[in-house]
Design a protein around this ligand. Structure first.
Ligand code: PRP
Ligand code: URA
Length: 212
């Protein structure tokens, strides 16, 4: 794959461990959901290394000291429906007060083109750091359209997180949105003829929600 300076592929051994279980077709819905959440939390820590902190005064039992915190109300989470919903709690573990917007997209099974069917975003999202989340980055069509929708709404500081990605999806998003950092836990080999990631984990939405 081409190199992009705004693409970060995590190579953390604990993420590898959890992704191995996630891929396994014997892993059931409950464990799958828990793993998606745990991996997302780890990715959130890693992707916030550049966060700007603000100074606050804290009174310890002994004295007052200047400390540094993430500004209140500065984070939003936007899952791409459906499968992105599985990642929301993982970000909420780190930022419990983050507002949540939703963008609904489904891929046309023949053309693989994304269709937007829902968009509801919190007020003031344009001034927040937005985590756009979707466990699967395949052709990149859904992520590109969701990023365009966020930018149309005025969002300037967006981070995109996917658990598993195909090289073509990463290249498509990074080329169309070079300003958006793309965080991927695991880069897979390729897409099959139906647009599924190989080796992948199957249909993330179905495995999260028990549908077929
Ligand atoms: C999956 C996945 C992404 C999209 C990725 O959603 O959750 O949103 O496909 O594919 P792309 O990169 O080729 O656009 P899907 O359309 O299956 O909908 P679902 O989450 O409702 O199952
Ligand atoms: N969406 C999924 O859920 N899985 C894939 O492999 C590709 C797109």
């Amino acid at each position: 794959m081409k190199e992009f300076k705004n693409v970060f592929i995590f190579d953390h051994p604990l993420i590898k461990h959890k992704v191995a279980i996630l891929r396994d077709k014997k892993t059931g819905m409950k464990e799958f959901r828990e793993l998606v959440e745990e991996i997302t939390t780890m990715m959130t820590y890693e992707s916030m290394r550049d966060v700007k902190l603000v100074p606050v005064q804290v009174e310890t039992p002994l004295e007052t000291v200047t400390q540094y915190k993430v500004p209140d109300e500065s984070i939003a989470i936007v899952p791409i429906l459906r499968a992105g919903l599985g990642m929301v709690n993982g970000v909420h573990k780190v930022f419990p007060t983050a507002r949540v917007g939703h963008i609904g997209m489904y891929r046309n099974e023949e053309t693989l083109q994304p269709q937007e069917y829902y968009c509801k975003l919190p007020e003031g999202i344009e001034n927040k750091t937005v985590f756009l989340v979707d466990p699967m980055l395949a052709t990149g069509g859904s992520a590109c359209d969701a990023l365009a929708a966020l930018k149309k709404r005025g969002c300037k500081n967006i981070k995109f997180m996917a658990i598993i990605a195909a090289p073509v999806g990463v290249e498509t998003v990074a080329s169309a949105h070079p300003d958006v950092p793309v965080y991927v836990s695991t880069l897979d080999r390729q897409l099959n003829e139906n647009g599924y990631i190989l080796p992948g984990l199957g249909d993330a939405g179905d495995r999260l929600f028990g549908t077929k």
